[in-house]
Design a protein around this ligand. Structure first.
Ligand code: XBP
Ligand code: MG
Length: 250
């Protein structure tokens, strides 16, 4: 009998390595709107500290360049174009789910354990990614979704996790979050939800000291994952419901 009642997944960096696609879509949008901006890998890593695409653009102009010329409506318009571009790029099918994600999502569904999403990206972007990776019907594998602008404050604020808990009538002690970033970890922990970190390309140097476990990825029976830090040994080499329950039982 699983103690976990809901597994809550972050999206960007956790379900898949999507941030390079977001970066490309931002840069394409800047060209489209004749803005002389180009975000490279290092700069984008810094800018990822600001969660949410609109917030990131506004921060870049105001605090990074120190000259706010775009009004809020223009930021929204650029971001809308960026979202369409992101959907196009994701639909090309080059981005794959990270190891173990599909296995754990299906294991939970088969066991009657809920699967939820808590992200700062938009609902459209989730659908684009899930359709491209899990195919038609993939969205039905996620019973509760907390996305983007549905809450007033994005991660590291706990709002999106609190929304998922309240929408699904889950207790924090029955939930576990899977995240890839410090901001995501703080969001989940502030909502009192235990968190497992699978660091991603952009977040591998962040501090995850407060996480319940850090694993290189969720792993597969055929390609085990490395336990970087954690309170329970990862004997089988991959994260499954039993292991998550053991983590919650501590
Ligand atoms: C990561 C983010 C997002 C994406 C861009 O979200 O901070 O802002 O970088 O997406 P997650 P939008 O919580 O899934 O890790 O442009 O749609 O905001
Ligand atoms: Mg993330």
């Amino acid at each position: 009998m699983s103690k976990v009642k809901v597994v809550i997944f972050d999206v960007d960096g956790t379900l898949a390595e999507t941030e390079e696609v977001h970066r490309q879509a931002f840069n394409d949008a800047f060209r489209q709107f004749d803005l002389p901006w180009e975000w490279d890998f290092q700069l984008y890593r810094e800018l990822l500290q600001v969660t949410g695409g609109k917030e990131r653009i506004a921060y870049y102009e105001r605090d990074f360049l120190g000259q706010a010329v775009l009004g809020y409506e223009q930021v929204v318009e650029i971001h809308k174009w960026k979202t369409r571009r992101y959907e196009e790029l994701i639909a090309s099918g080059d981005v794959k789910l990270r190891p173990g994600v599909e296995r754990l999502v299906r294991e939970a569904n088969d066991a009657g354990v809920s699967v939820a999403i808590a992200t700062t990206t938009s609902y459209e972007n989730i659908v684009a990614l899930v359709d491209a990776t899990l195919g038609q019907g993939g969205m039905e594998l996620f019973q509760v979704i907390g996305a983007g602008d549905a809450v007033p404050h994005k991660k590291p604020a706990p709002d999106v996790y609190l929304k998922v808990l309240s929408d699904g009538a889950f207790r924090p002690a029955d939930a576990v979050a899977i995240e890839d970033s410090r901001n995501g970890m703080l969001s989940s922990l502030t909502a009192q939800i235990p968190v497992v970190i699978t660091p991603s390309r952009y977040t591998e140097n962040e501090n995850f000291d407060e996480a319940h476990a850090v694993v290189s990825n969720l792993g597969e029976p055929s390609s085990p994952s490395l336990l970087i830090a954690g309170r329970v040994a990862l004997d089988r080499g991959y994260v499954d419901l039993q292991w998550l329950s053991d983590l919650l039982n501590l």
